[in-house]
Design a protein around this ligand. Sequence first.
Ligand SMILES: [Fe+2]
Length: 275
Amino acid sequence: MATTPENLRDQVVTAFGATPDPRMRELLTTLAKHLHDFAIETNLTVEEWLGGIEFLTAVGKMSDEKRQECVLLSDVFGLSALVDFLNGPQDQDATENALLGPFYVSDAPLMENGDSIVQQHEGEPVRLEGRVTGKGGEPLPGAQIEIWQIAANGQYDGQDPDMVENNMRGRFRTDDEGRYWLVTNRPFGYSVPTDGPVGRLLDVLGRDPMRAAHIHLRVSADGYQPLVTQMYDADCDYLETDVVFGVRESLITPLEDDGDGGFIARFNVRLAPAG
Ligand SMILES: [Fe+2]
C-alpha cells in the first residue's frame, strides 16, 4: 500500500493505540491525530517545522520553578482558561471559576474582617466586601476567603525579593451571616513577561500583553466545592483583550466611589455543594 499522509497518520494512531492505560491511550492517540491533521492541513514545510522545534526549545530553556514560560505559552493559547472552564463548577448557580495563576500560596496569614492586606506600596484604597452563600442563598458562616493580588509597584510578593512577605495577601473568615470585608488596593492591568519566546509570539500576533485588572480569590467552606476565581474591575481597558482569555462576564465588578478618595467593591460568592 502506498504511503499517503493520511495512512501515515493512521499508522501512528494505531501504534499509539497499544498504550495499555485507557485514559493515556485516549490522550495520546487523539493528540497524534490532531498533530498530524495540523501538518496535513497546513502542508507544513521543513523550515516551519524546524522553526516550531526551535520555538519550543526556547520555551523549555526559559522554564523553571521561578519563570514558567511553558505555563505562559499555555495561557496565551487560551488552553489554561479552557481546561479551567472544562473543570469548573458544573452548577449554573455557582460563582464561575477563573485561573489560579502562579502566585497562590496556601498559608497566607489569617486576618480579621476589616483588616488591610496592604503592608507596602499603597495604591488607591478599595473596601472589598461580600457574602458567601450556598446555591440557595443560605449564608455560610466561617467560610474561608483567601485573597491575593499584585502590589502597586507592579510585582507580586513572590516576584519581588525586596517586598515584605505576604504583602497584598491574606486569609479571612466570614461572620455569622456569611459576610466578609477587607481593605486592599484597586487592581490594575499588568503585562505578562515579554522578554522570552512567548513575548515574540505575542509580537507576531500583534497582541497586547496585558492582563485585565483583577483580584485573586479562593473560597472554601465545609461541604462545598472550593472555588478559585478572580474579580475583574469593570473600569479596565483590557477586559476584551485579556492576554490569557481569563475574563468571565459574571466576574466583572463595578468599583463605586466612596466619596472619600477610595472605592467600594461588592463581590458575592455562591459555592456549589461538594460532590
Ligand atoms: Fe494575577
